[in-house]
Design a protein around this ligand. Structure first.
Ligand code: GLA
Ligand code: ZN
Length: 661
């Protein structure tokens, strides 16, 4: 039977001297409609208090209680944080920073991923965990480590980097020197051992090196995950694995890591009520779509807060309704779970004021507990949606490696090249039409889409550029624009004009130069009827075969094209040469989606309203502080409230509309 997971991070090891609290927790979990708990995430020092001396009694106890109460366990491997003895006896497990400083014990998520001792110790405890609970009926999923991140600059990691490069380059140092353009500033390598990771004490300007180092960090992390997963897969082959990824995290390329786990999961903490809620919702939806599109399968929202967090600038409790609204948005975008950090507030240390289902008061009559319980019931009522896929005819390319290269490039506005903001602008325009969207990396398959938007795709390999070319050739519509296809996958500029990699022919334009506008400055662009506004970046382009849609009406490039469209074989390619303030995208996507017959709402949605379709349900959310009129189509009703027909959707209200039987 399909089931949506409703769960939480749970740390009973902090309460072992209070069995009354633990028993109360289990009772309240049932009352709140929770069916899964993530446990053991930071339990290493309890599970192995001394090297080789294991004590699984607390896990035995809690797993048994879960079993008795029909609660699933997402069991973590304990490498989120290490016990003191491990660092004390084996300092090699501690990271070294880019200035060469060895860390001392403390914190979490900060082990040297190449350390053989660390890998040996985690393998040992993972093996024991898997053996001990392999037949336990509550064991539901493996949660590998916690929020993996970061790199280490110790001599062993440096050696691993050099070995990785030797392999990548087939021992051809000349090729590496060419790809990294090391003749620049006389940085040519004459032997492999000269290669050092990027460091403020040495090289930070060798972009090929920076890119390679970022790729290596992901590679090492993938290899580390393999080590953790190996015993689990051997002993419990049918239990799925996951790592909890982080919101738009740029430190690792999740397109690579996705292959190391069975299920994608991520931790979702929007800045509700401190930034504009509609903008925050657009960002959260984008992230959901990104994580779902990694495997094109339902994912898990492994963490979210039931109330507030404690690490944002302004930590504001979710306003009444927001918890249910934002949780159902996750489900609407493909999550098979709504999970929290955390079930119960810890009594001490840094997360004691982080939101939880159960506060220090221990009560179940709080606003938060009541909303969580209400959500528990709603999740049960829409459980059929679990496991269903999301169909998208539109994809936006958002590419982490492109972001690395763009951020690194010394160009445009160095403070912020607005890559993510620009991608979001395209996303928002399409979401205003109620379009379902996949968010994919540039290495993914393009063939199933009708429309692909690839804003600021600065770095693209010739191979992927060719695939985009084929997409358009075969009838697809491609939208891109300024500063796209500028460098290849090694961050070497394409010669012969941009967009490069063969895409110039697809767009029918070539780009001559780009203007970076100062903050607050704008440039007008217009067609015969309308005027739009450019901010941040204006590229000067020349159509070769493209038709001009808009022209600049100011600046030294006045009268030259600002947006073009080119028919290419069976498809079309749009090139928008400037950063639009949003209005042109609205018009553009209204036209393109109509022309392509893409599934969307009839008219542009009112501000604040977002719609997403999944598994026979239409989710409608109001992220504004105003009531919004909405008509539920004849023959359908809202599962949440039972409403039908015309209604006024309250602020932070949500509908899950389905057809009447
Ligand atoms: C992350 C971590 C959790 C917790 C939360 C707090 O997501 O995985 O352990 O620290 O942040 O928001
Ligand atoms: Zn290291």
């Amino acid at each position: 039977m399909a089931q949506l997971i409703h769960g939480s991070d749970y740390n009973p090891e902090q309460w072992l001297d209070r069995p009354d609290i633990i028993d109360g927790d289990i009772r309240l979990m049932k009352k709140a409609g929770m069916n899964s708990m993530s446990i053991g995430i930071f339990s290493w020092s309890v599970l192995e208090p001394e090297e080789g001396k294991y004590d699984f009694s607390f896990l035995d106890m809690i797993m048994e209680k879960f079993y008795q109460n029909d609660i699933k366990a997402i069991l973590a491997t304990p490498s989120g944080a290490r016990p003191r003895w491990l660092a004390e006896k084996y300092p090699e497990v501690l990271r070294t920073d880019s200035l060469g400083r060895k860390q001392v014990f403390g914190g979490r998520h900060n082990h040297c991923h190449s350390s053989p001792i660390f890998r040996e110790k985690i393998t040992a405890i993972n093996t024991l965990l898997a053996k001990r609970y392999k037949d336990h009926p509550s064991l539901f999923m493996w949660h590998i480590s916690n929020e993996l991140s970061g790199g280490c600059f110790c001599p062993r990691c440096r050696k691993a980097f050099i070995d990785y490069l030797k392999k990548q380059y087939n021992n051809d140092l000349d090729k590496l020197n060419h790809d990294w353009w090391t003749t620049f500033w006389s940085h040519t390598y004459t032997n492999w051992e000269q290669i050092e990771p990027p460091s403020p004490l040495g090289d930070t300007n060798l972009h090929g090196l920076n890119l390679a180092w970022n790729r290596f960090i992901t590679h090492l992390c993938a290899d580390y995950i393999k080590t953790e997963v190996a015993p689990l897969k051997e002993i419990t082959p049918n239990i799925p694995t996951t790592i909890n990824m982080m919101d738009m995290f740029t430190g690792l390329d999740y397109e690579v890591l996705k292959d190391e786990v069975d299920i994608i999961s991520w931790d979702n903490y929007p800045h509700w009520h401190s930034e504009n809620d509609y903008d925050a919702a657009i960002k959260a939806d984008f992230a959901h779509d990104w994580f779902r599109s990694l495997k094109h399968k339902p994912f898990f929202m492994m963490e979210s807060t039931p109330s507030l967090v404690n690490w944002q600038g302004y930590n504001r409790p979710k306003r009444p309704g927001m918890h249910i609204l934002s949780s159902l948005a996750a489900v609407a975008h493909g999550s098979d779970s709504v999970q929290y950090f955390q079930w119960r507030k810890s009594r001490g240390s840094s997360e004691k004021f982080h939101g939880a289902v159960i506060d220090h008061c221990g009560r179940d009559d709080t606003r938060v507990f009541k909303e969580v319980s209400e959500l528990g019931k709603i999740l049960q009522s829409i459980s059929d949606v679990a496991g269903t896929q999301i169909k998208s005819e539109v994809a936006i390319i958002y590419d982490t490696q492109n972001r690395w290269a763009l951020d690194d490039a010394q160009a445009l506005c160095n403070k912020d090249k607005q890559y993510f903001a620009q991608v979001l602008d395209h996303y928002r325009a399409l979401r205003k039409l109620g379009v379902n969207i996949d968010v994919i990396g540039s290495c993914q398959d393009f063939s199933s889409y009708k429309l692909i938007c690839a804003p600021m795709l600065y770095m693209i390999s010739e191979q992927n550029a060719n695939r985009l070319k084929d997409f358009v050739k075969n009838g697809g519509v491609l939208v891109s624009g300024y500063f796209s296809a500028v460098v290849n996958e090694n961050d070497l500029c394409y010669l012969g004009g941009c967009p490069g990699g063969g895409l110039g022919e697809v767009f029918g334009v070539w780009a001559e130069e780009i203007d970076t506008l100062l903050p607050g400055n704008t440039v007008s662009v217009a067609d015969e009827q309308n005027t739009y506004t450019a901010a941040d970046f204006c590229e000067v382009i020349h159509p070769t075969t493209a038709k001009t849609l808009l022209k600049y009406t100011q600046e030294f490039y006045q009268g030259t094209p600002a947006a073009c469209v080119n028919s290419y074989h069976n498809g079309k390619a749009y090139y928008i040469a400037y950063r639009d303030s949003g209005k042109f995208y609205d018009v553009l996507y209204d036209n393109i989606t109509t022309e392509l017959g893409i599934c969307r709402e009839k008219s542009v949605l009112p501000y604040g309203l977002l719609i997403q379709k999944r598994g026979g349900l239409t989710f409608v959310g109001n992220y504004s502080e105003n009531y919004i009129d909405f008509i539920i189509p004849d023959g359908s009703y809202d599962i949440v409230s039972g409403s039908q027909g015309r209604l006024s959707l309250q602020p932070y209200g949500v509908l899950a509309i389905t057809k009447k039987e």
